[in-house]
Design a protein around this ligand. Structure first.
Ligand code: ASP
Ligand code: MG
Length: 437
C-alpha cells in the first residue's frame, strides 16, 4: 500500500483538485493525505490572532473573506446540484463552528480547533467531489488515530492500533483520504504537528502501515542540488540516503518537513518527492541505501547568530562546555554548529529571542563576542573518514570568501561553513561550479 501526500498548492484550486486523478489511481489501495487549500492555514492563523488580540471585528471580517473564497471555490468545483449543496452545507458547518468559537473565552485550545478546519474542509471536499464523479473513497478521520504525547512526539503505537482496524473494516475499499497536520494531544484536545506537518503525517502513516512507499507531491520536481532561486542550472537530486535527507531537511525545510525523515528512516519506508505539475518527472527518492562517495547537494540557512566564548579557564578544564550548554538549555535555545579551540568555543543559534539573557549568563565564563547576519552553508554527501579530497575542493571554491566557522566530521554526511550573509550568493555559486559543473 502506498501513501500519497498532496500539499496546499496541489489542492489549491478547483482545477488542481480535478487533475489529482491524473496521479491518483483509485483502483490501487492507498492512503491520500491532504493539506489545507493553500493560504487557508495562514488565514485561520490570522483569524485566531485577531481573537487572541480581542479584535472581534477583524476576526469576523477575515472569517467572512475566507468563507467567500470557499463559496466561489465550490461553485467551480462541483457540477451537480447534489454535489454543490453537500459542499455548501460542509462549508457552512465549518464556518459556523469557527464563528461560534468567538463567543467563548479564546485560548490556545480554540486556536488549535480553528487551525484544524483547513484540512477537515479540504479532505471532505475532495471526498464529495469524488462521490459526484462516481469514484468511491473512504474518509479516515485523522483525529481518531493521530496523537501526540506530552512532549509533542507522535504516539506510534496509538497510531497503528487505531488506524489498522479502520483499514481492515473497509477491506473492499481502495482509496482512503485523510487529513494531514491535525492530531489530538494527551488531553484529547485537537492539536497539530506544527506548520508544514502534513508531510510528517504521511511519513508517520507510512511507517505505521509499513507502506511500500510514501510519495510527497508538491510543486517542484524534488530536492535540488542547490538553491534554484540563487544558482542557475540546479538539478533535482535523484537519490538521497535518509541520513543525507536528515542533514538537508534543516535547510530545505520548505520542501520536506524536517521531522518527516525519521519515521520513514526507522521503518525503512522509501520516500519520493514528486511534482504535481510534472507527474512523470523522476523527482527525488529518499531511501536506505544511496550512492556512496558522492556530493549530493548544497544548502544554506540565513538568520544565524554566532556566539564566541573565550576563556583561559577552558584550558585543560573539564565541565566547561557543559556549563556553557546549560545556559542555552535553560533558555530553550537550540545550538546548530559548534567549533572549539583550547581556549574558546563558538556556537551558532537561529533563535535569538533570549539572546540578551544568554549573553549575560555567558559573560560569567569569559569574553563573549556576537556576530549576527551569518549564514550556514552546508554541503551534503557521503564524506566517510576513508574518503579524501572533498575538503580541499570546498576550500578551493571558497578561497575568496571569509569563513567564520567550519564544522567537519560531526557526521559523515555534512560539511558546514559559516559565512557572512552578504557572501552567501557568491559562496553558493562558487561551490556549485566547483563541485557540480
Ligand atoms: N496546512 C498546514 C500548514 O499550512 C499543514 C501543511 O500544509 O502541511 O502548515
Ligand atoms: Mg509543505
Amino acid at each position: 500500500m502506498k501513501v500519497l501526500k498532496f500539499g496546499g498548492t496541489s489542492v489549491g484550486s478547483p482545477e488542481r483538485i480535478k487533475s489529482l486523478l491524473h496521479i491518483i489511481h483509485p483502483e490501487e489501495r492507498q492512503i491520500v493525505v491532504l493539506s489545507a487549500v493553500s493560504g487557508t492555514t495562514n488565514s485561520l492563523l490570522e483569524v485566531s490572532q485577531a481573537h487572541l488580540n480581542g479584535d472581534r471585528k477583524k476576526a469576523h471580517d477575515l472569517t467572512s473573506i475566507l468563507q467567500e473564497k470557499y463559496n466561489s471555490f465550490i461553485r467551480k468545483l462541483f457540477s451537480t446540484d447534489e454535489g454543490y449543496s453537500n459542499a455548501k452545507e460542509l462549508i457552512e458547518y465549518h464556518f459556523n463552528l469557527i464563528s461560534s468559537l468567538a463567543n467563548e473565552k479564546f485560548t490556545a485550545i480554540e486556536e488549535k480547533i480553528i487551525l484544524a478546519q483547513g484540512e477537515l474542509i479540504s479532505t471532505t471536499l475532495y471526498h464529495i467531489y469524488l462521490t459526484e464523479i462516481g469514484v468511491s473513497s473512504t474518509l479516515l478521520p485523522a483525529l481518531d488515530f493521530m496523537k501526540i504525547d506530552e512532549d509533542s512526539e507522535p504516539d506510534m503505537d496509538y497510531l497503528s492500533k487505531h488506524l489498522r482496524p479502520l483499514l481492515d473494516k473497509n477491506s473492499d475499499q481502495t482509496l482512503f483520504i485523510t487529513q494531514g497536520y491535525i492530531c489530538r494531544n494527551p488531553f484529547g484536545e485537537i492539536d497539530n504537528l506544527r506548520r508544514g506537518g502534513s508531510d510528517y503525517t504521511a511519513s508517520l502513516i507510512g511507517a505505521a502501515i509499513q507502506a511500500e512507499e510514501v510519495q510527497i507531491w508538491t510543486d517542484i520536481d524534488g530536492m535540488h542540488n542547490n538553491d534554484p532561486r540563487i544558482v542557475n542550472g540546479t538539478k533535482p537530486v535523484a537519490v538521497l540516503s535518509f541520513d543525507e535527507a536528515a542533514e538537508l531537511a534543516y535547510f530545505g525545510a520548505k520542501i520536506l518537513h524536517p521531522q518527516s525523515v525519521f519515521p520513514a528512516q526507522k521503518y525503512k519506508i522509501p520516500v519520493r518527492l514528486l511534482n504535481t505539475m510534472e507527474p512523470s518527472a523522476a523527482g527525488t527518492l529518499i531511501t536506505h541505501d544511496s550512492e556512496r562517495g558522492k556530493i549530493k547537494s548544497i544548502a544554506a540557512k540565513d538568520g544565524i547568530t554566532a556566539i564566541k566564548i573565550q576563556s583561559s579557564r577552558m584550558l585543560l578544564a573539564y565541565g566547561f562546555l557543559r556549563r556553557v550548554f546549560e545556559v542555552f538549555e535553560r533558555y530553550k535555545t537550540p545550538i546548530d554548529m559548534i567549533t572549539t579551540s583550547e581556549v574558546a568555543v563558538s556556537v551558532t543559534i537561529d533563535e535569538t529571542r533570549n539572546l540578551n539573557d544568554i549573553i549575560k549568563e555567558l559573560n560569567r565564563f569569559g569574553t563573549v563576542e556576537i556576530d549576527s547576519d551569518q549564514t550556514i552553508i552546508c554541503v551534503v554527501g557521503d564524506f566517510g573518514a576513508d574518503k579524501h579530497g572533498y575538503a580541499s575542493r570546498i576550500f578551493e571554491a571558497l578561497k575568496h570568501i571569509p569563513i567564520r566557522m567550519i564544522s567537519y566530521g560531526g557526521s559523515s554526511y555534512n560539511i558546514s561553513l559559516l559565512v557572512n550573509t552578504s557572501d552567501k550568493i557568491e559562496a553558493l555559486r562558487s561551490l556549485h561550479n566547483r563541485l557540480f559543473e
